[in-house]
Design a protein around this ligand. Structure first.
Ligand code: EPU
Length: 423
């Protein structure tokens, strides 16, 4: 996406200890809903129009990749129009693909439309090994053959045939890739053990608007393959993780914030933990008000939806650092998602990591320090810690934050946070 004119990138974020966050803001559209939809636009020769697309660097990277595949992409404000009338399966730029995990989501649509694809192995946040075996096994069930060599996957098929696809783990990306491929397969595909994150359901929403016959039924995802899909216009769901991040920022500062577009029904686990910790949460039509301060320690176990989201784990850890007592966080989704621990310790946190469990002993205060956003949600956690730390916190490597939050400093400062971007 072309930059909206506001500044992204830059050297660092500077945050001063801030008072209670107060006021009203609105969350943008879900990054993890939009990214697969950009890939899904390759499933049709007709235009797909997406509204409210966030101005984040993962979206810009997906647009660059769409253009590599021959799609025409135009933008008017936050609306994107993608037309993939003619596509080519050129292997995309390695540097762009390796910046984000979602680049691999082009595989399903390209295989469905073109039949033979070479893709670099995907990148993304360094929060675990993040293999692609489940994607490839899912494709294999539909009749795809593949070889992985020299950092690339070469995959090809004769006829794509609907089949029963058993996923050994509810991988979000593998589920999305198989759904997209299955839309143009011959016959019916049933995914057993697939992911049911709201973003997966929203992708099904777009595909249905494009003429696909796909639905979630009795915990399985059923797709009746169609000869072709048509264009559609669609508005993806609001970002539950951005909403949750703002909720924690409000609760650690003891604020009173109304978050418009916060999707209450997708935030049950986040809400219940914040309420358990002492904050008050009042859903209203079209948003959530969060009031008061989180004070009580928490025990959190991340797991696939509808469990506690791994994408909120780091932000909760930042909050736990100053709660009165011992909190625990068990990360079960990614094996290396504690990179923020080291940075929080630089700010005076007491955190002990044992395997995939972090034990956080609340301290009276955190101290501002120079820290690094090691990945997207780690960066968000450091913003939260910076709001409550004495003095100044300087967050370096903020390109990670810009991958998934649209001008996070603007939203936080509109609520009274003392945060600026140094360019
Ligand atoms: N996994 C495998 N094999 C596979 C695929 C996944 O072993 O073929 C493992 C992963 O290594 C991981 C677990 O399964 O341990 C979950 O991975 P999943 O495939 O569900 O995650 P993803 O599709 O790569 C998406 C989001 C992530 C989010 C996870 C889990 C996008 C673009 N990314 O990643 O978002 O954490 O689902 O909910 O949708 C973020 O936004 O900060 C972020 C990392």
């Amino acid at each position: 996406m072309k930059n909206s004119g506001k500044t992204t990138g830059g050297k660092c974020l500077r945050i001063q200890k801030s008072g209670p966050l107060c006021g009203r803001c609105a969350v943008g559209t879900s990054k993890n809903a939009v990214l697969p939809m950009l890939a899904a636009a390759l499933l049709t020769r007709e235009p797909v129009v997406l509204h409210h697309v966030p101005d984040i660097s993962d979206v810009s990277d997906m647009i660059s990749l769409l253009r590599t595949f021959g799609a025409r992409v135009s933008q008017s404000g936050h609306t994107l129009r993608i037309c993939a009338r003619h596509i080519k399966t050129t292997s995309p730029n390695f540097h762009i693909s390796s910046r984000l995990r979602a680049s691999f989501l082009f595989m399903g649509p390209l295989l469905a439309r073109e039949g033979c694809v070479t893709m670099p192995l995907p990148g993304g946040c360094a929060i675990g090994r993040r293999p692609i075996d489940l994607h490839l096994k899912g494709f294999e069930a539909l009749g795809v053959k593949s070889i992985t060599a020299s950092g690339h996957v070469l995959a090809w098929r004769q006829t794509l045939r609907g089949a029963a696809v058993h996923l050994a783990y509810p991988s979000v990306g593998a589920t999305e890739n198989v759904i997209m491929a299955a839309c143009l397969a011959r016959g019916k595909t049933v995914i057993i053990g697939g992911a049911c994150e709201p973003e997966v359901c929203d992708l099904i929403g777009l595909l249905t608007a494009m003429g696909a016959k796909a639905e979630v039924k009795d915990g399985r995802i059923e797709i009746e393959g169609a000869g072709q899909l048509h264009g559609a216009e669609y508005t993806p769901i609001p970002d539950r993780i951005e909403a949750g991040t703002l909720m924690i920022a409000a609760a650690v500062t003891g604020g009173d914030v109304r978050i418009d577009r916060a999707p209450h029904k997708h935030l049950m686990q986040v809400t219940s933990k914040l309420v358990e910790a002492g904050a008050e949460v009042f859903p209203y039509p079209g948003g959530i008000r969060i009031y008061g301060r989180a004070r009580t320690p928490m025990d959190i176990v991340s797991s696939p939806y509808p469990g506690f989201p791994t994408d909120m784990q780091a932000q909760f850890m930042a909050a736990c650092c100053v709660l009165g007592g011992q909190s625990t966080i068990l990360e079960t989704v990614f094996e290396n998602r504690f990179l923020h621990v080291h940075e929080l310790i630089k700010m005076g946190a007491h955190i002990d990591v044992r395997g995939n469990t972090a034990v956080i002993t609340g301290v009276g205060r955190l101290c501002g320090a120079e820290v690094k956003a090691t990945d997207l949600r780690a960066g968000a956690a450091l913003c939260i810690a910076g709001l409550i730390a004495d003095g100044e916190t300087v967050i370096q490597d903020i390109r990670h934050l810009d991958r998934g939050y649209e001008h996070i400093e603007d939203k936080l400062s509109s609520l009274g946070a003392l945060i600026t971007r140094e360019v």
